[in-house]
Design a protein around this ligand. Structure first.
Ligand SMILES: NC(=O)c1ccc[n+]([C@@H]2O[C@H](COP(=O)([O-])OP(=O)(O)OC[C@H]3O[C@@H](n4cnc5c(N)ncnc54)[C@H](O)[C@@H]3O)[C@@H](O)[C@H]2O)c1
Ligand SMILES: [Zn+2]
Ligand SMILES: [Zn+2]
Length: 336
């Protein structure tokens, strides 16, 4: 079958490899579209602690069930997307039903071959049906949208709240779209890439170029010097880890979404005086996936404007090249 392979640091290539044979409890999926995520970029950089070449990356994908053992809800031919998480089922988090924070959480496309190939084997209990009116390309964004749903749920955002998002990458923008659904009154967003800020502007957010202006100045000016009710840190830098404390309102909630390459310094002293809540978020659960799919089905959230490139998997090198440059790309999808 056709595949896009990670073969070593900064090296991907198009290849023909054996079709996977699904194991017990797995279904075989014929992939339609698969998206490149920040985690794939980390694998590509050679810095992911678990990923080992040669590897088929890709954990954000849509497709059709090619084969599945007898199942009450799914059959061959069904259009699906997949929660890509591989969980142990035995740790305290798994037993509490919180499998997305499994103590030994693994992921399709990192710990085993993923969606940048014609076929992928996935656990049957991680499948989600796709409604007819959700297209294959937008369905490849169900996973990142589910992350955004989970993140906004973790924030306890309330109707009328003001929101600041630091980082207008795919995850930051999707958080903005979900926050709007959750009743945010005003959404500020910063980035250093004018190309990415243009997407944010078209989605109706108040944009700040972080190269020119500290977002705290804009947030404080527009909130009578009080700050935003909820701040999402989605850029993963030291300067945004500083700003998240500077733009939050007293008793507000900061949600750290970023996976930091280096642990940042955070001013906990400044937070204490204003009773700031600081929380984190990881992956998403089955409910978040169901909600993400519903948002697409009911046409409440359109993720398609975020897709900057659609390429055949044979062009995997170009795809990773585009994603390396935030001045020319947002979400890059491969079709299989
Ligand atoms: N919690 C989770 O489960 C989860 C899931 C997916 C992604 N993530 C993390 O979320 C973060 C965002 O993901 P993404 O895919 O959107 O990544 P991304 O790299 O595409 O987006 C980050 C954005 O931050 C911008 N940025 C850089 N420096 C900045 C600054 N000083 N001020 C403002 N913006 C700045 C970049 O230009 C970029 O557009 C990453 O750290 C990623 O690892 C976490
Ligand atoms: Zn991802
Ligand atoms: Zn577990």
């Amino acid at each position: 079958m056709k595949a896009g392979l990670y073969v070593g640091e900064k090296t991907v290539q198009s290849a023909l490899i054996d079709k996977p044979i699904p194991g017990e409890g797995e279904a075989l999926i014929r992939v339609a579209y698969a998206g490149i995520c920040g985690t794939d970029m980390m694998v590509f950089s050679g810095k992911h602690p678990r990923a080992k070449a040669p590897l088929v990356m890709g954990h954000e994908f849509s497709g059709i069930i090619e084969s599945i053992a007898d199942h009450v809800s799914f059959k061959p031919g069904d259009r699906v997307t997949v929660e890509p998480y591989l969980t142990c089922g035995r740790c305290a988090a798994c037993r509490a039903g919180q499998y997305h924070v499994c103590a030994t959480l693994k992921c399709i496309g990192i710990d085993k071959n993923g969606g940048f190939s014609e076929y992928v084997a996935v656990p049957v209990d991680r499948l989600h049906h796709l409604p007819d009116n959700v297209s294959d390309d937008e369905a490849a964004l169900v996973e990142p949208l589910a992350i955004a749903v989970h993140t906004v749920r973790r924030s306890n955002l309330k109707v009328g709240d003001s929101v600041a998002i630091l980082g207008a990458g795919p995850i930051g923008l999707l958080i903005g779209l979900v926050a709007k659904q959750a009743g945010a009154s005003e959404i500020f967003i910063s980035d250093i890439s004018p190309f990415r800020l243009q997407f944010a502007k078209e989605l109706g957010f108040i944009c700040v170029n972080a190269k020119e202006t500290n977002i705290k100045e804009v947030v404080l000016a527009r909130t009578d010097g009080i700050g935003a009710d909820v701040v999402f840190e989605v850029a993963g830098t030291q300067s945004t880890a500083k700003q998240m404390v500077e733009c939050i309102k007293f008793q507000g909630t900061i949600v750290v979404v970023s996976v930091y390459k280096q642990a940042p310094v955070v001013d906990l002293a400044a937070m204490h005086f204003r009773e700031i809540s600081l929380t984190t978020t990881r992956c998403a659960n089955s409910n978040d996936f169901a909600t993400a799919i519903q948002f697409m089905e009911k046409k409440l959230i359109d993720v398609r404007p975020l897709i900057s490139h659609r390429l055949p998997i044979e062009q995997i090198k170009q795809g990773f090249g585009y994603m390396e440059n935030t001045e020319i790309s947002m979400k890059v999808l491969f079709h299989l």
